[in-house]
Design a protein around this ligand. Structure first.
Ligand code: ADP
Ligand code: ADP
Ligand code: MG
Length: 464
């Protein structure tokens, strides 16, 4: 097993990884930017090293600085968390060249799967259904021809895109060129890459993803699905597991497809196979995330597994501790992302000083956060400040526990998404469980009119 792991990340995921390491008696080295000198991950790690100024490009994305620290502190592995360098093929290669284990797949596998259009092609060859679209990357002219062929509306997507950025919905041919160019320039700014592909837009689909884990010996398992259709601008806000939509047959077929996908990629470590699904339960692969996911805790709660621990174990060359037949989903889990954003003002990031903080606890509630009283979420990074996860014996209990937890939580100092999540937990469409990715946009105005008081619903409506 590793003796010392460097954590190339910040915020709640850095804290999450440090916790797993501590339980495994592995030392941790935190790296941080000058904006994060008082951050929680810096305090919790065995030791911490400042690697640069606040701008991510000069700190959390600075490969030279991070590798230098890893070598100087004799770390035998690097955990990249999510975002930042987690899906960077060059970084994975550079770690390997230094003899430091990158906790994730090799550079080759990231190149194959992190490139969304290359991943599509591989899945198609492996018999995993993909959304109809272009065969690889295209320029504006070819893209327009393909869009006409598959039929509007289409999505133009950046091959290197992520976090909902670099994609545009195009409804008619005359808009194609402008929207394509817009998405392309966005992806150039955000990801330094301008390759684009075209996909049929599945109207208001469900986003269903499968958690997979593979060891270095060829064993691959999946830990069931997550329903992530509560999204704003293609970014997830709430997730749950299992999905209310899937039948046991479809679940088994999608699980098999996810395992097939991971095998086809020669995958190692934790990964997520994302699908969109229409109302008739036809599902299509959209992308693989070659890293631990923000919403991994809902899977941990229903499958009773520590995914980060397992990720570290397989990276260290150990055999997966789970066989597919041993994995079962127990009860129901929901996650709410608490972002320092103002839903009343177009979700504008709203960093500020945390004057007072109270996190909920009690039966079935888990909070993942790096926040504490006096800590100021930084405007330089992601606005997510906490994740609240509720687990119950069934969907109703999970919803009730989450409502209770959000009634209890206090984050005083800036607007957050707590209220919005609370209102969603009372929305009849959400409560019935048959929502899709169009939910938030269509319900948003109505939700914002609601008042917390008297938003109660007949619990019999809840699907279990
Ligand atoms: P998840 O399904 O885990 O939420 P996201 O695609 O939303 O996946 O990304 C997780 C986090 O990583 C988000 O904070 C997002 O802003 C960030 N992120 C995603 N892709 C990249 C990338 N290529 N570079 C930097 N940050 C990214
Ligand atoms: P990212 O890398 O930004 O996460 P994805 O390809 O996973 O990009 O897409 C993000 C979201 O956009 C999905 O969760 C889904 O809501 C929506 N989406 C993606 N592809 C399609 C599609 N072909 N049809 C309809 N919606 C889609
Ligand atoms: Mg995605």
């Amino acid at each position: 097993m590793f003796r010392r792991i460097l954590i190339a990340n910040r915020g709640e995921i850095a804290v999450r990884v440090i916790r797993a390491c501590r339980e495994m008696e592995i030392e941790t080295v935190a790296v941080y930017s000058s904006a994060d000198a008082d951050a929680l991950h810096v305090q919790l790690a065995t030791r911490s090293v400042c690697i640069g100024p606040p701008q991510a490009g000069q700190s959390y994305l600075n490969m030279d600085a991070i590798l230098q620290v890893a070598i100087a502190t004799r770390c035998d592995a690097i955990h990249p968390g999510y975002g930042f360098l987690s899906e960077n093929d060059v970084f994975s290669d550079r770690c390997a060249a230094e003899g430091i284990k990158f906790i994730g797949p090799t550079g080759d596998v990231i190149r194959q799967m992190g490139n969304k259009s290359a991943a599509r092609s591989l899945m198609q060859k492996s018999g995993v259904p993909v959304v109809p679209g272009s065969d690889g990357n295209v320029d504006i002219e070819t893209g327009a021809v393909i869009a006409a062929k598959i039929g509007y509306p289409v999505l133009v997507k950046a091959s290197a895109g992520g976090g909902g950025r670099g994609m545009r919905r195009v409804d008619k041919p005359e808009d194609f060129a402008a929207l394509f160019a817009e998405a392309q320039s966005e992806t150039m700014t955000n990801f330094g890459d301008d390759k684009m592909y075209v996909e049929k837009l599945i109207v208001n689909p469900h986003h269903i993803e499968f958690q997979v884990m593979a060891d270095s010996k060829g064993n691959v398992v999946h830990f069931g699905e997550r329903e992530c259709s509560i999204q704003r601008k293609n970014q997830k806000l709430m997730e749950e597991s299992p999905s209310h939509l899937l039948t046991p047959e479809v679940r088994a077929a999608m699980g098999d497809a996810a395992v097939t996908a991971a095998r086809a990629a020669g995958y190692e470590g934790a990964g997520t196979i994302e699908f969109v699904m229409d109302d008739d339960l036809h599902y299509y692969f959209i992308e693989m995330n070659t890293r631990i996911q923000v919403e991994h805790p809902v899977t941990e709660m229903v499958c009773d597994v520590d995914l980060v621990r397992e990720q570290i174990r397989v990276a260290a060359g150990l055999t997966l501790a789970y066989k597919q037949a041993d994995i079962c989903q127990r009860g129901w889990a929901i996650e709410c992302r608490i972002n320092a954003e103002d839903p009343m003002n177009g979700f504008r990031p709203s960093p500020g000083k945390t004057n007072f903080l109270h996190f909920p606890g009690g039966c079935g509630i888990r909070v993942e956060s790096a926040l504490y009283v006096g800590y100021n979420p930084s405007p330089f990074y992601d606005s997510m400040v906490a994740k609240v996860i509720a687990h119950g014996a069934n969907r109703l209990e999970a919803i009730q526990r989450m409502r209770r937890a959000l009634e209890e939580i206090v984050i005083d100092g800036y607007p957050t998404t707590v209220e919005l999540c609370y209102l969603i937990l009372h929305d009849p469409v959400f409560v019935r469980g048959n929502y899709n990715t169009g939910f938030l946009e269509s319900e948003m105005d109505e939700l914002m009119k609601w008042n917390r008081v008297g938003a109660g619903l007949d619990p019999i409506e809840v699907n279990q």
